[in-house]
Design a binder for this molecule. Structure first.
Ligand code: F6R
Length: 608
């Protein structure tokens, strides 16, 4: 959450910062701001409520500054207002800070600083930082660099910080504790940002700052100080080619739609990492994993939001064929659980960003207790990927739409393949890879065949205020995902409910104004699902269903049937997911919502 971007070099920083912030806007868009030092001497701070576009409108593009920092905010402490927008300064307006994360001990620090005479202008936790630095520099008479290092000791919580001092426009300081920060190496100029798409237009050489590292950045040099080691260390930038970074809409009106349509390609990419050597299944990322699958007693999956739904789906899939008890829990709930699990428990965390704070804290907690953790993550450089014992790269490519789509597909596909891999290992059974290899083509054809019908269905229902998504068994997590997609981008209230639970309470919600969206293809839950949809029909609820084509019983029962072809049921969930995503997308589009950046949300949730 929150995006930060910094530039130092010989060119004008303003266009760089604006373009960087636009690419980081998916991380937070409650307000935006930037600071730069005009003509090497005058500190300019520009802040607005709302998007980077609003910031652009108040900027003077004829200003020139060789150094600057910018921020897009996702509000945590303090409401959405200009004074709470970043950057924040000290009392004298010398030291300027932008921050991503939460300073947990800010109240104590603020009180202390107020008692020492500092005057605060905002309600944010961040503002303590420039005042604290001012205090150390002016009263304790230590240089800014030493004061900056002291922040690692004085601040509790998570932070990525950029710090600029008007009196020394040749240096930027960047600090990381938990929240991500990446340095981009240029020629005669350097960059720093919360995420790589903001840097991909300017360089292909990067260094991901690690926890408790500080970068001292000038136009011609990047030095990295490691608090753990207690000195500056040598770092090697990694090269990531621009075509792997650049995120463009390629003619689609929104990233989300582009990402939905990219799913067949993502699945194809994933399948290119899977092989059979005689009858032994091999998956590239787990070749070197030394998990003793036969010794595992329990598998514990932890994730948040959409990734949690992927884990929940996998629970059903795995329990059908593998000999494990699978537990799935929300990472935010793990803080409140007393872990009593067998020693031979394998933890699996799932996270597209790899930076979700609740996932990171769970990962650390269970590792501390000596458990091994396997993670599925879409960013190999992320904290979750780096700190896990084993790691599968989801290979979905950068996902810009705040609503996760292609990363969810990558998660359920990899979890399905992993199940096949373990089954093959444990029971030496042959795995039918041909079935998997057909999946991308089926998905591709299905998307182009079904999209217009999903759009027409969305047109019929987009003005409704409540939706219930019903399903049973392994389709239930998909119903949860469908409801989440709808509510997060259209702001319509939607609930995923296990169809069998309706009669225990939620059925009271049904009326002709509350559409039910059922998942009712012909699988082992089919006949019970039909009964549950009949019950909904009897309460005059309009019914949309994903089901098999030419299923007369279903056709007669529901108002709108979105069909899957009569092929192997193996393919239905993957197709069903795309219908749910498209439906949410079209409804939100018809309502004119900001689909790629829905209100109050952020792509990477780096606070607990
Ligand atoms: C919903 C969505 C969120 C994320 C959740 C976890 O579309 O994207 O619910 O799934 O914030 O994020 P990751 O997967 O990055 O840990």
């Amino acid at each position: 959450m929150c995006g930060i971007f910094g530039y130092i070099g010989n060119k004008n920083c303003i266009p760089f910062i604006i373009s960087g912030l636009e690419k980081l806007e998916y991380r937070g868009y409650d307000s935006a701001g930037m600071a730069y030092i005009r003509n090497d001497s005058v500190l300019e701070i520009k802040k607005v409520v709302g998007k980077v576009q609003n910031l652009k409108e108040i900027l003077d593009f004829s200003d020139f500054s060789k150094v600057g920092i910018g921020h897009t905010r996702w509000a945590t402490h303090g409401g959405i207002s200009v004074e709470n927008a970043h950057p924040h300064t000290d009392c004298k307006g010398n030291i300027v800070v932008v921050h991503n994360g939460i300073i947990e001990n800010y109240k104590e620090l603020k009180e202390l600083l107020i008692n020492k005479g500092h005057v605060f202008k905002s309600q944010t936790d961040t503002e303590v930082i420039p005042h604290l630095l001012e205090e150390m520099v002016d009263k304790e008479e230590i240089g800014l660099e030493e004061a900056v290092k002291e922040l690692f000791k004085k601040l509790e919580g998570a932070f990525a910080l950029l710090i600029m001092d008007k009196r020394n426009p040749n240096i930027l300081y960047a600090l990381r504790k938990q929240s991500p920060l990446i340095v981009g190496f240029g020629i005669g100029e350097n960059f720093i940002a919360s995420d790589i798409p903001a840097l991909g237009d300017y360089t292909d050489r990067f260094y991901y700052l690690k926890d408790t590292q500080m970068a001292k950045i000038s136009a011609n040099e990047i030095k990295v100080y490691d608090m753990g080691v207690g000195k500056y260390i040598g770092v090697e930038p990694i090269r990531i080619p621009q075509d792997r970074i650049r995120a463009e809409k390629n003619g689609y009106p929104h990233f989300m739609l582009k990402e939905i349509f990219e799913q067949p390609l993502v699945v194809r990419r994933i399948l290119s990492t899977v092989n059979k050597n005689r009858d032994e299944l091999q998956i590239e990322d787990i070749k070197s994993i030394d998990i003793s699958w036969e010794k595992i007693k329990k598998v514990f999956i932890v994730a948040c939001g959409t990734s949690y739904h992927a884990g929940y789906y996998a629970k059903f899939l795995w329990e059908e064929e593998l000999p494990y008890f699978i537990e799935v829990e929300l990472a935010s709930q793990m803080h409140h659980r007393n872990l009593r699990v067998p020693d031979e428990t394998l933890f699996i965390t799932i996270s597209q960003s790899g930076e979700t704070a609740d996932v990171i804290s769970t990962l650390r907690k269970v590792k501390e207790k000596g458990f091994k953790v396997l993670s599925l993550v879409n960013n190999p450089q992320s904290t979750v990927a780096r700190e896990s014992d084993y790691f599968i790269n989801l290979r979905a490519g950068i996902e810009i739409g705040v609503a996760a789509t292609k990363t969810f597909m990558a998660e359920i596909v990899y979890l399905g393949l992993l199940k096949e891999y373990v089954k093959n290992k444990l029971y030496k059974v042959k795995i039918d890879l041909d079935k998997w290899n057909m999946l991308p083509t089926y998905l591709e054809n299905y998307l182009s065949n079904i999209k217009d019908q999903v759009f027409e269905t969305a047109k019929k229902y987009y003005q409704k205020k409540n939706f219930l998504y019903l399903a049973r068994g392994r389709n239930f997590p998909l119903a949860l995902e469908g409801a989440l997609k709808l509510k997060e981008i259209s702001y319509i209230h939607a609930e995923g409910i296990p169809a069998g639970e309706m009669k225990h309470g939620p059925i009271a919600l049904l009326d002709p104004e509350t559409p039910v969206f059922g998942i009712a293809y012909k699988d082992d839950a089919y006949s019970k699902m039909i009964n549950n949809l009949e019950e909904a029909k009897a309460r005059r609820a309009p019914i949309i269903a994903i089901g098999n084509e030419k299923d007369k019983k279903l056709e007669n029962l529901v108002d709108d049937l979105i069909p899957v072809p009569n092929i192997d049921p193996f393919y239905y969930p993957y197709m069903g997911v795309m219908v749910l995503q498209l439906f949410a997308y079209y409804v939100a589009d018809l309502l004119g919502r900001e689909i790629d950046q829905p209100r109050n949300l952020a792509k990477s949730v780096t606070v607990e």
